[in-house]
Design a protein around this ligand. Structure first.
Ligand code: GNR
Ligand code: NI
Length: 172
């Protein structure tokens, strides 16, 4: 396995729509394993392929509490089939937006269709942190970021800060 660099704001790739995966093969599973290693190292609870510069509809997650009992998930071509009615507020962070956090309200449960590591179609019902994280990752596949839940004014302030930092200047 190998670690992959995580791209950050304002990298324009983060705004692209990722493409459906046509074949679940050894190369794709290697990418998923490298993403899991990268996610655990960060550390994070989820990672979308676009965050390592690959515009494919692949996400990995692990929301387990106990680090001695990992629960890695590889979800290929994830598609939210149904969202629950109730809102849940959770403070979200994003590995592509370091040192930024935001309370976001999203549906607290969902049904997801996806392909598993064998390429078999499956469905998963998620709630709690897993439901929140899945929505965050599926947003990445559609070029959406947590700063899009901010007003335009506040979003622009955050983006400007990252642009400035990328130019090598102080960020404040
Ligand atoms: O590590 C992460 N933590 C997190 C916390 C609350 C809601 C979503 C997340 S996902 C984030 C990793 C990441 O940026 N995935 O795209
Ligand atoms: Ni993220």
């Amino acid at each position: 396995m190998s670690m992959l660099p995580i791209i950050t704001l304002p990298d324009p790739l983060l705004r692209k729509t990722s493409e459906p995966i046509e074949r679940v093969d050894a190369e794709l599973l290697k990418l998923a394993d490298d993403m899991l290693e990268t996610m655990y190292d960060a550390p994070g609870i989820g990672l979308a392929a676009v965050q390592v510069g690959v515009l494919k509809r692949l996400i990995v997650l692990d929301v387990s509490e106990d680090e001695n009992d990992p629960q890695p998930l590889t979800l290929i071509n994830p598609e939210i089939l149904k969202l629950g009615p109730v809102g849940r507020v959770h403070e979200e962070g994003c590995l592509s937006i370091p040192d930024f956090r935001l309370d976001i309200e999203r549906p607290s449960s969902l049904t997801l269709g996806y392909l598993d590591r064998e390429g078999k179609p499956r469905e998963l019902v998620a709630e709690g942190l897993l439901a929140t994280a899945i929505q965050h990752e599926v947003d990445h596949l559609n070029g959406k970021l947590i700063i899009d839940f901010l007003s335009r004014l506040k979003r622009d302030i955050v983006v400007r800060k990252f642009k400035k930092a990328a130019r090598g200047e102080a960020s404040v």
